[in-house]
Design a binder for this molecule. Structure first.
Ligand code: PA5
Length: 468
C-alpha cells in the first residue's frame, strides 16, 4: 500500500534549462531546506497550541465510534440519507461517495448497494434541486444529516428549516425529530442547544477542527459509515500519512514536498494556477474538495504586511479535460503547475476489441485495455507538458480504497498547513467571506446586521449606462 509523489517534472535537470523554462533548478530546490524548517517550526507551534485538531482525528477512537455506533443502531432503517451542508461540510462527503462507492451509487438497486442507503448532498440553496429531491424521497425512510461546524450558516439553516417543516407535515413532530441528526461543534452555534432542547441526536465536530479540515470527523465519517465504507481503514491510511508527513527530512515528507514545490512555483516562477488532475473518475470530486481546501486556506492577506497572496487551484479530470483545458495548460500562459493523480490498480478493466483492423484510427486500439489507455494518456500528457517546460508532478495511489484516500486527505491537509506557514497566512480562517455574509444578513433583515445594512446602502447602485 503506498501513496507516492514523483516530482521529477517539477525540476529542471540543469541550470540552463531552468532559466530557459523559468523552472526550478535542482540547486534552487536543494537550497529550500531552511524555508521548510521554518514552516515545520510554525506547524509545531500551531500543533502545540492545539489548533491542528485534524491531526488527532485518525486516532480519536471515541469520535469515530459516535458514527459507527449510530450506523449499528440504525442499520436497515434508511433508504436515503441527505446531507444538508455547504463548503467543508459538504465537499468531503461528496468526495468520499464518489471515490469509495461503486459508480452511480444512487442509481443502483438496493441489492447492488448491499442494502446500504443512497447518499444525497444538498450543498446549495437552489430550490430547483431541493424541491426535486424532496419530492422523490420516501421521508419515512430518509435520514437528514444537518452538518454545520458553526451551527449558523445561512444556507444550511435555511435548508434545515425547509426540511423540518416538510418532515413535520409528513410524519408529525416526534417522527420528524427522529429523521434528523446534527453534526456540529460540541458547544457553539445554534444547532447544539436546539439538539439538547428538542432531543435531536447530535454528533461532534471537535472545537479545534475547522470546516475544510473536518472530513475525518462525523462530517465525512458518518455519511461514509452509513454507506458501508470501511471508516477504520480510512482513518488508518490517514494516520500512516500523518506520521510520514512529520518527517523533518523534506525528501521523506510528502506534504512538505508538495507544499514547498507549489509555494516556490507560485512565488518564484509565476506559476499562480495549480491544477489537480486525477486520471480516475472516482477521484473527480476529490479534486473539488482539494480546490476548496487550498483556495480558502491560502488565498488571503499576508500576516506580516497585508499583501494579498495565494495560489489559484483548479480542478481537471483526465482524460476528459485533455479535450478541454490541456490546450491552455500546454500553450496558454506559463503560469501553472499540474498535479496528476494516477492509480496503479484501477479495479475494473476491459479489453478493447480488435475490430475494423483495416481502419488505421481504430486498429491500433484493439488488444489494449481501457485502463491502459487512460494511464498511457496520463503519461503522454505529463511528458508533453514537461517537453514544453510546463512543470508537473504525479501522485500515485496503488488503489482507490479507504486506506489510500485517507492518506491522500491527510497529505493534502498537512501540505495546506505547511503552505500557510510558507505564505505567512493563517490557513485556518476565512475572513474574506465575512462581508458577503453580512450583506446577505442585511438584505434578509437579520436583527444584528445594522452596520452591514448601512455599508450596503452606501454602495454605488448599478448605473443604467453600463448595462446592455
Ligand atoms: O472551510 C470552512 O470553514 C468553510 O468552507 C465552511 O465549511 C463552510 O462555510 C460551512 O460552514 P459551517 O460548517 O460552519 O456551516
Amino acid at each position: 500500500m503506498s501513496v507516492t509523489i514523483d516530482y521529477s517534472n517539477m525540476l529542471a535537470r540543469d541550470d540552463a534549462s531552468a532559466e530557459a523554462h523559468a523552472a526550478l533548478s535542482e540547486s534552487a530546490w536543494s537550497a529550500t531546506r531552511g524555508d521548510f524548517a521554518r514552516a515545520q517550526a510554525v506547524f509545531a507551534s500551531q500543533r502545540a497550541h492545539g489548533v491542528l485538531g485534524f491531526l488527532d482525528l485518525p486516532t480519536d477512537a471515541a469520535l469515530a465510534k459516535q458514527s459507527t455506533d449510530f450506523v449499528a443502531a440504525t442499520r436497515g432503517r434508511y433508504h436515503d440519507v441527505v446531507v444538508l451542508g455547504i463548503g467543508g461540510s459538504a465537499l468531503g462527503p461528496i468526495a468520499l461517495r464518489t471515490a469509495l462507492r461503486p459508480s452511480g451509487w444512487n442509481s443502483l438497486p438496493d441489492v447492488a448497494r448491499g442494502e446500504w442507503p443512497r447518499l444525497h448532498v444538498l450543498d446549495n440553496v437552489d430550490p430547483v434541486t431541493i424541491l426535486a429531491l424532496l419530492e422523490r424521497l420516501e421521508l419515512a425512510r430518509t435520514l437528514f444529516i444537518v452538518i454545520s461546524k458553526s451551527g449558523g450558516t445561512a444556507e444550511t439553516m435555511a435548508q434545515y428549516l425547509v426540511v423540518r417543516q416538510r418532515l413535520e407535515e409528513a410524519l408529525g413532530s416526534e417522527k420528524a425529530k427522529e429523521a434528523l441528526v446534527f453534526v456540529t461543534d460540541p458547544e457553539k452555534g445554534a444547532l447544539r442547544p436546539l439538539a439538547r432542547a428538542e432531543g435531536i441526536r447530535a454528533l461532534d465536530i471537535p472545537a479545534n477542527v475547522g470546516g475544510r479540515f473536518s472530513v475525518l470527523t462525523p462530517v465525512g465519517i458518518l455519511p461514509a459509515a452509513l454507506m458501508g465504507i470501511d471508516v477504520g481503514h480510512l482513518l488508518a491510511g490517514a494516520e500512516d500519512m500523518r506520521r510520514r508527513c512529520e518527517s523533518e527530512e523534506l525528501a521523506k515528507n510528502p506534504a512538505g514536498v508538495f507544499a514547498m514545490l507549489q509555494y516556490l512555483a507560485d512565488t518564484t516562477l509565476g506559476k499562480h494556477v495549480q491544477v489537480l488532475m486525477p486520471y480516475s473518475d472516482p477521484l473527480r470530486d476529490f479534486a473539488a474538495w482539494f480546490v476548496q481546501l487550498w483556495a480558502e486556506s491560502l488565498g488571503k492577506a499576508r500576516k506580516s504586511d497585508g499583501a494579498h497572496v495565494g495560489p489559484t487551484p483548479l480542478a481537471a479530470l483526465g482524460a476528459t479535460d485533455q479535450h478541454s483545458q490541456v490546450q491552455l495548460f500546454m500553450e496558454g500562459p506559463a503560469d501553472k503547475t499540474i498535479t496528476f493523480i494516477a492509480v496503479k490498480e484501477g479495479g475494473a478493466d476491459v479489453e478493447i476489441p480488435k475490430r475494423h483492423q483495416d481502419v488505421a484510427e481504430l486498429a491500433y486500439l484493439g488488444g489494449h485495455r481501457l485502463g491502459e489507455l487512460l494511464d498511457i494518456e496520463r503519461r503522454a500528457t505529463a511528458g508533453a507538458l514537461a517537453r514544453r517546460g510546463r512543470p508537473n508532478m504525479t501522485i500515485t495511489l496503488d488503489r482507490v480504497d479507504p486506506w489510500h484516500i485517507g492518506g491522500l486527505i491527510m497529505l493534502l491537509e498537512i501540505a495546506t498547513i505547511y503552505a500557510g506557514a510558507l505564505y505567512d497566512v493563517n490557513p485556518l480562517d476565512q475572513p474574506g467571506v465575512e462581508l458577503g455574509k453580512q450583506f446577505t444578513y442585511a438584505m434578509l433583515g437579520r436583527a444584528d446586521a445594522e452596520r452591514a445594512r448601512q455599508e450596503w446602502n452606501m454602495l454605488p447602485k448599478a448605473d443604467p449606462r453600463w448595462s446592455v
